[in-house]
Design a protein around this ligand. Structure first.
Ligand code: ADP
Ligand code: MG
Length: 731
């Protein structure tokens, strides 16, 4: 039977996708085969079809039990007999294991999925030796390499096990990410250095890459999501805590978002995932636990709130955007401080692992700071050449859209290459830059590089610029990093040609300096803010007039309607709906509903008539840790618990409790503390203070004290009464 008809018969597909045919032919011919194809490229079929066609059972090694189960379910769904595919792992009981083995022995099972741990078990090995194996496929093969983003030590022993079963069975490896370093690790480790390698392009031309300085990231995030309302997106954070925090912040800011991380139980996780797939929520905030095996074609943005630990991880995660070929924005928030934090976390790991981790982080930093096309940088990282002028996806990243100033660097390039040669191509970029700049580091003196005649020859140039030059030389192929000793800079043939016969001009681009941007508040933000950072005096005047009018109508003092800071904020943010109004400082739900309507009407009219461009980012409401506390306080007051006890239960001073209560009522929530006030304040005094506030010009306690006479009232008393007053009259 031809491959095509087998494809049609078993899977119902009319044609092979990408390199599937070549890969399958290679395996069918009994060759070791290595397939590197992007996620969604159809790797599974590359072993499923041969497994169905070849005599015997194929062993498929896969890292996750969940993935295995999905795979097996999906093969069975093609209408074959259920025992055509099985998995053997720790989730099965004895009876089930016996059944699986029986099916394999009888030749019914064409695919047996195994976790590498199971392959290590002596009883399983003995069993596999006794049956006919068609080939072994190692899926997610990057797990073999500690330079991959998902290293699993158990993967290291796969070769030993396979050889233990049979020296001659063909081996297939499959992965969706492999840098040249990881690729070489995989081949060596599986003993398949002369495998036929099929590598598809990793380029995703429809994705747009951008790195932003991590200044006021929550605000940037909310603004971006609001500008992209109704679109699906994923936000990645590194910690579970951050995931939950960001998800709640998005929720209180009116965004339909849910958190997802491995700390939730399976039910919650699958519910949140379904909500996302069914578009009940727009945004999932997740750790990297989210995404494996999810296949939503129209994810329109992937935002890395925290920088990932490696570019491979980054590429996998961004790869979940725009699977349908439509829009896919990939934005990463970068702050070098985050990188330092990640480095700190590695301190208690074995030294070798730390070294790997640091190098991977260094690549992340290079990516973030580089001023060259991000697509070019990423593809180069995966060993692919790409032309930034004519390649598919040109001009689809921030650096290409907003190029930085070019600096002539021809002579310096020669100096750089010569220095790399002088130290025999045995050092990493940092050291090279250090000795170029004449830095007396311990490494420089250990190797006596501080005695070199050319030590410090490049002092006049900023070390950062040297570093940028190294990165650009790497991406353009003048330099490369040694595969065996990852990170050591070597000069390529192209680099040699440059040294012998330098071009007439060679320009480089200065890297981004995000820390400076973060200090001045962020480029992106300042631009957007210039529209409305200063208060609109004219509008403020109108708002005050309106407040006066309303206060007369309702016969309450103006501050009861809205306090000054709220009006200021309105004259800055221009809220034009009740929902937006709720985002204004000191305006809660109750207040917005009670007094809001005429205000938003006035602002809407004002915005229209004056052609105001409103800042798209509303004030970000934060879920301070206090919000749980607020809820507790409100509930306790409902249950008439004495205020002292509430304070005690939450570890607060009485003062702090009053402050919290003031916040609560000032933003429009009603609380009834009569049960408490009646006990501690005399009725006449209560009436006197109440009346005072009714007539007062300001809600200020000090003013009240003065007016009412310092001796008679305590601050505490006045505050309590004011809380009652605001609650009853203003809310
Ligand atoms: P990968 O493992 O490379 O991420 P999968 O093996 O999960 O990708 O396949 C992705 C999708 O592509 C699956 O839905 C699969 O059914 C589909 N697919 C694979 N091969 C073909 C083909 N030749 N024609 C059409 N669809 C295919
Ligand atoms: Mg796969």
């Amino acid at each position: 039977m031809s491959l095509e008809s087998a494809l049609k018969e078993h899977f119902g597909f009319d044609a092979f996708k990408g390199m599937q045919r070549e890969v399958i032919e290679s395996l069918m011919a009994g060759k070791d085969t290595f397939a590197i194809m992007p996620t969604g490229g159809g790797k599974s079929l590359c072993y499923q079809l041969p497994a169905l066609m070849k005599p015997g059972t194929a062993i498929i090694i896969s890292p996750l039990i969940a993935l295995m189960k999905n795979q097996v379910d999906s093969i069975r769904s093609y209408g074959s007999e259920d025992n055509i595919a099985h998995f053997l792992n720790s989730s099965l009981n004895k009876t089930e294991i016996t059944q699986v083995k029986e099916d394999v022995v009888n030749g019914n099972t064409k695919m047996l999925y195994l976790a590498p741990e199971s392959l290590n078990k002596a009883e399983n090995l003995e069993f596999l030796k006794s049956v006919t194996i068609s080939f072994v496929a190692v899926d997610e093969a990057h797990c073999i390499s500690e330079w991959g983003h998902d290293f699993r030590p158990e993967y290291r022993r796969i070769k030993e096990m396979i050889k233990g079963i049979d020296q001659t069975i063909p081996v297939m490896a499959l992965t969706a990410t492999a840098t040249p370093k990881v690729q070489s690790d995989i081949q060596k480790n599986l003993g398949m250095t002369d495998a036929a390698v099929y590598k598809a392009s990793f380029n995703r031309p429809n994705l747009f890459y951008e790195v932003r300085s991590k200044s006021d990231p929550v605000k940037q995030l909310i603004r971006f999501i609001k500008e992209n309302e109704g679109k699906s997106g994923i936000i990645y954070c590194l910690s579970r805590k951050k995931v939950e925090e960001i998800a709640s912040t998005l929720q209180v800011n009116g965004i339909k978002a849910l958190p997802y991380h491995a700390g939730f139980d399976a039910n919650t996780r699958s519910r949140h995932q379904d909500n996302f797939l069914m578009e009940d929520v727009d945004v999932i905030v997740a750790t990297i636990a989210f995404g494996m095996g999810i296949d939503k074609p129209d994810v329109r943005f992937v935002i890395h709130y925290d920088m990932p630990k490696s570019l491979e991880g980054y590429y996998q995660e961004t790869g979940r955007a725009g699977r349908d070929g439509g829009e896919g924005k990939c934005i990463a928030f970068y702050d070098y401080k985050d990188i330092e934090k990640l480095e700190k976390f590695m301190h208690n790991k074995p030294v070798a692992e730390q070294e790997v981790g640091r190098q991977l982080l260094e690549e992340v930093v290079s990516y973030a700071e580089t001023a060259i096309s991000r697509r070019k940088f990423l593809l180069n990282y995966f060993g692919e050449e790409w032309d930034e002028n004519n390649g598919e996806g040109a001009n689809m990243d921030d650096n290409s859209v907003r190029p930085k100033e070019a600096i002539e660097f021809k002579d310096n390039m020669t100096t750089l290459f010569t220095m790399i040669d002088t130290v025999k191509q045995r050092f990493k970029s940092k050291h090279i830059v250090n000795i170029l700049c004449g830095m007396n580091t311990s490494e420089a003196s250990t190797y006596r590089h501080n005695k070199l005649p050319s030590f410090g020859i490049g002092k006049a140039v900023d070390p950062k610029l040297w570093m940028a030059a190294v990165r650009q030389a790497l991406v353009q192929g003048y330099l490369y990093k040694d595969i065996e000793n990852y990170g050591l800079l070597k000069i390529s043939e192209k680099g040699r040609a440059f040294m012998e016969n330098p071009p007439s001009s060679f320009v480089i681009y200065k890297d981004h300096d995000y820390s400076a941007e973060i200090e001045k508040g962020g480029e992106v933000l300042t631009n957007a803010r210039s529209g409305g950072a200063v208060m609109d005096e004219q509008l403020m005047g109108l708002l005050k007039d309106l407040r006066k009018k309303i206060s007369k109508e309702k016969n309450v003092p103006p501050f009861v309607v809205f306090q000054d800071p709220s009006l200021h904020d309105m004259a800055n943010q221009y809220p034009i709906s009740i929902d937006e109004l709720k985002n204004i400082q000191g305006v809660g739900n109750g207040k917005a509903l009670k007094f809001g309507k005429p205000f938003v009407e006035l602002i809407t009219k004002y915005v229209d008539e004056n052609g105001i461009e409103r800042p798209q980012d509303m004030v970000v409401k934060s879920v301070v840790n206090k919000s749980g506390r607020k809820v507790y306080i409100i509930q306790s007051i409902d249950r008439k618990i004495p205020l002292e006890d509430i304070a005690k239960a939450k570890g607060m001073q009485f003062d702090e409790l009053l402050e919290e209560l003031e916040h609560i009522v000032d933003s429009g929530t009603r609380v009834n503390i009569d049960y408490y006030i009646d006990d501690v304040v005399d009725e006449d005094r209560l009436d006197e203070v109440y009346e005072y506030f009714m007539e007062a010009d300001s809600p200020d306690i000090d003013d009240a004290l003065e007016e009412l006479g310092n001796d008679d009232y305590t601050t505490e008393e006045l505050r309590l009464i004011r809380i009652k007053f605001m609650s009853e009259v203003a809310n």
